[in-house]
Design a protein around this ligand. Structure first.
Ligand code: ADP
Ligand code: MG
Length: 351
C-alpha cells in the first residue's frame, strides 16, 4: 500500500495541517485526545471534506482539491472501525454482518464469510442478538462487517479504548490474525503506547493538528523515556509451552525461556519489565534465576538515575534498566558481553 496525503482542515478552534506518506501496512496514528486523530480518519474515509490538499491511495486519487476530485465514502473502498461498534441493536449478529455485505458490489465480495468468522472466532456468536454481546465481541463483529466489504484499507479509530484491560488483550490476537490472513493494510489510531507496539510497525505522532514524528513503533517507547514512563516493558512473543520440571519452557528465537506461567495457544505475548533483568559480567555460579542468557550490549542511554541497556541475545533483543553505578561496576559499554538473569516469575502474560 502507498498512501500519500496532504491535508488542511480548520474548525472554529482547531486546525489540522498534515502531510505524510505511508507504505507500511501496519501504521499507527498516536496522539493525545483532541490532537486531530479522528479528524484525519474522517478526512481519509470521506466523512469530512478537507479545506485543501489531496489523498492518493496507490494509483487512485480519493481527493484532490485543485483537481476537484472528491470520491464519496462508498467509492473510496476504505473501511472504518470506530471506538464503539455501531451495530443494529435489534438484529442478530448474522443479520448485522450480512446487512452491508448484501449491499456490497458483487466484485467487492471476495472474502469468504465462514473463513473470516473462524479467523475472528465469532462463528458461535452468529445467531446471538447483538445486545447480548460483550464489548470485545462487538468490536470483532464490527471488524468482520468491515472486512466483508473487502476494503483496500481499514482505519481503526481507538477500537480498543472502550474495552477493559483484560478484554482488550483478548481481542488483539484476533485483530492481528485478520490483518495477517487477508493482508489488508490498516491504520490504527490510539493514544496507548502499548497498543501501538502490539498492533503497528510505524507510527505517526500527532500533536495539536501537526505531525511531530514518523518513526518505528519501538522508537515511540524509547522517545517517551524520561517523560513519565517509569520503566521500559519488553514485549516477549513466545510460542507454545512444554512442561519443564514443574515449570514451562518456551522457545524464544534460537534460545528458550523458563516461565512459571503455562499458556495454551501457539502465540503468546508476555511482558517483562526492564527492571526485572539482572546483568552479570560473568556466568553466576548459582542463582535463583531460571533464565541465564548470554547477550551483547548494543546500546546504552541514560536519563536521571536510570540507564537502559539494549541487548542482543542470539537473534532476539531485550532492554534492561539498571542504575548508573552498575554500569561502571560492570564496565558496560557497546559491544560488552553480559549475562542477563531473569526469574521464571518475572514474565506476566498479556494474552
Ligand atoms: P482526537 O481524535 O485526536 O481526540 P479529533 O480529531 O476528534 O481529536 O478533534 C480534534 C479537534 O477538532 C478537537 O478540538 C475537536 O473539538 C475539534 N473538532 C473535531 N471535529 C469537529 C467538528 N466537526 N466541528 C468542530 N470542531 C471539531
Ligand atoms: Mg478521536
Amino acid at each position: 500500500m502507498q498512501l500519500d496525503v496532504e491535508l488542511k482542515k480548520s474548525f472554529k478552534d482547531f486546525t489540522l495541517d498534515v502531510a505524510f506518506s505511508l507504505s507500511s501496512s501496519r501504521t499507527g496514528i498516536f496522539g493525545p485526545s483532541g490532537s486531530g486523530k479522528s479528524t484525519i480518519m474522517n478526512l481519509l474515509s470521506g466523512l469530512e471534506l478537507p479545506d485543501s490538499g489531496f489523498i492518493r491511495l496507490d494509483d487512485t486519487v480519493l481527493f484532490d482539491a485543485k483537481k476537484k476530485i472528491n470520491l464519496k465514502p462508498d467509492q473510496r473502498n476504505v473501511g472504518v472501525v470506530f471506538q464503539h461498534a455501531h451495530l443494529f441493536p435489534h438484529m442478530s449478529v448474522k443479520r448485522n454482518l450480512f446487512y452491508g455485505y448484501k449491499r456490497t458490489r458483487p466484485e467487492y465480495r471476495q472474502i469468504d464469510p465462514d473463513g473470516l468468522f473462524k479467523v475472528l472466532g465469532i462463528t458461535r456468536l452468529l445467531s446471538r442478538d447483538v445486545s447480548t454481546l460483550s464489548g470485545g465481541e462487538r468490536q470483532r463483529i464490527a471488524l468482520a462487517r468491515t472486512v466483508l466489504s473487502n476494503p483496500r484499507l481499514i482505519l481503526m479509530d481507538e477500537p480498543l479504548s472502550a474495552l477493559d484491560e483484560g478484554h482488550k488483550f483478548q481481542i488483539i490476537p484476533y485483530l492481528k490474525n485478520v490483518f495477517n490472513h487477508y493482508g489488508i493494510p490498516m491504520i490504527f489510531i490510539s493514544h496507548s503506547v502499548l497498543e501501538m507496539r502490539m498492533m503497528t510497525d510505524e507510527v505517526l505522532v500527532i500533536e495539536e493538528g501537526r505531525i511531530q514524528q514518523h518513526s518505528a513503533a519501538e522508537e515511540l517507547v524509547k522517545k517517551s523515556w524520561g517523560s513519565g514512563l517509569e520503566s521500559y516493558i519488553n514485549l516477549i512473543h513466545l510460542g507454545s509451552a512444554s512442561p519443564y520440571k514443574d515449570l514451562f519452557r518456551y522457545k524464544w528465537g534460537d534460545t528458550s525461556f523458563i516461565l512459571t506461567e503455562p499458556a495454551k495457544g501457539e502465540e503468546n505475548l508476555f511482558e517483562l519489565d526492564s527492571r526485572d533483568i539482572l546483568l552479570f559480567k560473568r556466568h553466576p555460579e548459582a542463582t535463583s534465576a531460571r533464565n541465564l542468557l548470554e547477550c551483547t550490549v548494543t546500546d546504552i542511554y541514560g536519563s536521571g538515575n536510570r540507564v537502559r541497556v539494549e541487548l542482543a541475545c542470539g537473534n532476539e533483543h531485550l532492554i534492561a534498566q539498571i542504575v548508573p553505578e552498575s554500569v561502571h561496576e560492570l564496565g558496560i559499554e557497546k559491544g560488552t558481553m553480559v549475562v542477563a538473569a531473569i526469574k521464571a516469575s518475572a514474565f506476566k502474560k498479556i494474552f
